[in-house]
Design a protein around this ligand. Structure first.
Ligand SMILES: [Zn+2]
Ligand SMILES: [Zn+2]
Length: 198
């Protein structure tokens, strides 16, 4: 640290600047941040000292959009930094959150947020607002069997679970569905009635 650096207690909570070297690593993707690339620092005051944790701006937006929003709103950006627009970053975050939600363990039931998805069993669209059930399907990939998540109509669950490529068993189906679903228990029960006996 040169004498020109502010004392730690004067450090701002955020710093958006161009990386001064290629030595900093992004705390999200763990890759080096190239010299001259925009980076965002989040001040960390810990028992071992005070300093910035560095991130690529899109990486931090994916993980913690509120922090990026806060940093953008304040006067924390060094001169000459071209920042990605906040709207684009919000899009990245929403996409990442959606991907994370898709990792929810199957079987589970949810309400279709849009009418754009198609049932993996019958191929018909799943109407917006109706129940959609996530199941596992076996997919062979270079000789290796993997499970991929598919979404089906409640009325198509029986056929999907009984098919040869099903990766979801009918045993304890209702209990597992209830445990994995994020909608209200009464909703899950309503969905189970639509699913019917397996
Ligand atoms: Zn990164
Ligand atoms: Zn269907």
């Amino acid at each position: 640290m040169s004498d020109a650096e502010p004392a730690p207690e004067q450090l701002a909570p955020f710093l958006i600047e161009l990386a001064r070297s290629s030595r900093s690593k992004c705390k999200v993707c763990r890759k080096a941040i190239d010299k001259g690339a925009a980076r965002i620092g989040v001040l960390l005051e810990g028992p071992f000292g005070t300093g910035y944790l560095w991130h690529h701006i899109p990486c931090l937006a994916r993980r913690d959009f509120a922090k990026v929003e806060e940093a953008y709103a304040g006067d924390y950006t060094a001169a000459g930094v071209e920042r990605p627009p906040l709207d684009e970053l919000r899009g990245l975050h929403d996409e990442a959150a959606k991907k994370k939600a898709e990792k929810q363990d199957a079987p589970f039931v949810e309400r279709a947020a849009t009418g754009r998805s198609k049932c993996a069993q019958c191929g018909e669209p799943v109407e917006q607002g109706t129940f959609r059930v996530a199941l596992l399907r076996k997919v062979e990939f270079y000789g290796q069997v993997r499970h991929t998540q598919v979404k089906v109509h409640p009325r198509c669950v029986r056929g999907a679970v009984r098919s040869e490529e099903s990766g979801t068993s009918a045993d304890d189906f209702a209990a597992r569905l209830a445990a994995n679903s994020r909608i209200a228990p009464a909703e899950v029960q309503a969905a189970l009635r639509e699913i019917g006996a397996l």
